[in-house]
Design a protein around this ligand. Sequence first.
Ligand code: SF4
Length: 210
Amino acid sequence: MDQNLQKVIDKRIEKTVENLKKNQMEAYYVQTCAEAVELVDRLCQPGETVAVGGSMTLFEAGIIDHINSGKYHHLNRYDQGADVSRMMRDAFSADTYFTSTNALTEEGELYNVDGNGNRVAAMLFGPRQVIVVAGYNKIVEDMDAAVRRVEKVAAPANVARLGLASPCAQTGECVHCRSKGRICCDYVRMGMQRTPGRVKVIIVGQQLGY
Ligand code: SF4
């Protein structure tokens, strides 16, 4: 990447990390997915129970491969024949919950929109720690931009990925549907946390997920 552009991105990441810390979340910046995996390895204890929220980022960053390495007890919703509904409930008592985020503001807040609500619920309460892995492309200026990001990028792309019949799969942007395939039902903004460090955000200096 052009060095001048890299400097601009680095500044945005620094500002975001600083404000996440002010909001009592641990925040890290790593340049590569391999470094993100190394960091996860340090943050989690062997044998602990881990669960994941649906995320392309976790696959792309190699986090899913890592937690499937046998080092942890993974409540693996991707296992053939898994009782996904049961696992979503069991995830609330996991030691670590892995997810990405739909958007991350420079003001240090997370914004997520769910269809089932299981992911945002576990981010809010239950697991001892929540590790959020996000490419720098998830960083936006403020909450208005976070809402726009979900409506114009994250939700339509996820609808297409899941092969749902919601209209944004055709329009490429949210039309505030009431379709059966609607994946936007629960809108959660996470600001300053009461439990310091429960939420840990790893920003990766690569574009990941959507
Ligand atoms: S509300 Fe409907 S149209 Fe809008 S992003 Fe969600 S699924 Fe797509």
